[in-house]
Design a protein around this ligand. Structure first.
Ligand SMILES: [Zn+2]
Length: 252
């Protein structure tokens, strides 16, 4: 082949190669384009799926939130009912308290103006006062104790009895040695050397009682440890006879 021919052949070959390269390049681009398209499609699909799944999740979340809200609504209603019941109880309790302790401090009950005390119409179950007899007995006990504390004691005293008849006294005016009238149950004749006239005389017969007399009289037969008690009449004096007693006397 000629030199010119060879040169032409190489140029042709070079062009063919260039065309081939170009074709390959185009083919590659086509492939890339296909890949890109496919990739886009995939992306689209994936995106749709994602959207769907997101939407699904969102719906679930909304439903859960709605359920939660409903539950809280029920809770709130229950709390309100409980609050109402508590308030009602408070009101009832407060009303009861008010009824028990009315306002304005302690209850003042006025006494009736007819002199009666409250409860006078109700019989007392126990007695909280002394009868006049009990009061007198208590007073006597105190007087006795006071007198005995400073009294002179005489044991084994003979006690006889007299009245104001002529037989007993030799006269009937009843005037005693001290000038006062003899009084049955009060006057006693004594030996002034043993018991001074005017003394209080306490006679204890040993029966638990002490009898009081006043030493206002004397008598011819009344000497030493002997006292003569004035009684109502001669029969009584005879009947009582004589007794033995312990005697205290006190200068009043
Ligand atoms: Zn007499």
């Amino acid at each position: 082949m000629s030199q010119k021919g060879e040169k032409y052949a190489r140029s042709v070959e070079a062009r063919v190669q260039a065309v081939e390269t170009r074709i390959m390049d185009l083919e590659r681009r086509q492939t890339d384009s296909d890949l890109f398209t496919r990739g886009l499609r995939n992306l689209d699909t994936n995106y749709s799926r994602l959207l769907q799944s997101e939407s699904k999740r969102h719906r679930h979340a909304v439903a859960a939130a709605q359920r939660e809200a409903a539950r809280w609504k029920v809770n709130a209603a229950l709390a309100l009912i409980l609050l109402g019941l508590t308030a009602a109880c408070c009101v009832v309790y407060a009303t009861a308290q008010e009824e028990e302790t009315p306002q304005g401090g302690p209850v003042v009950q006025y006494l009736p103006d007819d002199g009666r005390l409250m409860g006078d119409s109700v019989p007392a179950l126990t007695r909280c006062y002394l009868t006049p007899e009990e009061t007198e007995a208590a007073e006597n006990e105190m007087i006795e104790a006071a007198l005995l504390a400073r009294a002179t004691r005489i044991d084994n005293v003979t006690v006889t009895h007299y009245d104001c008849c002529a037989e007993c006294c030799g006269k009937t005016d009843g005037i005693t040695a001290s000038g006062v009238r003899a009084t049955p149950g009060v006057t006693v004749a004594v030996d002034p050397a043993v018991i001074p006239l005017g003394s209080d005389v306490l006679v204890d017969y040993g029966d638990g009682e002490i009898h009081y007399y006043r030493a206002d009289d004397v008598g011819g037969s009344v000497t030493g440890n002997h006292i003569d008690l004035c009684v109502g009449d001669h029969e009584e004096a005879d009947a009582l006879g004589h007794r033995m007693a312990t005697v205290w006397w006190v200068n009043s």
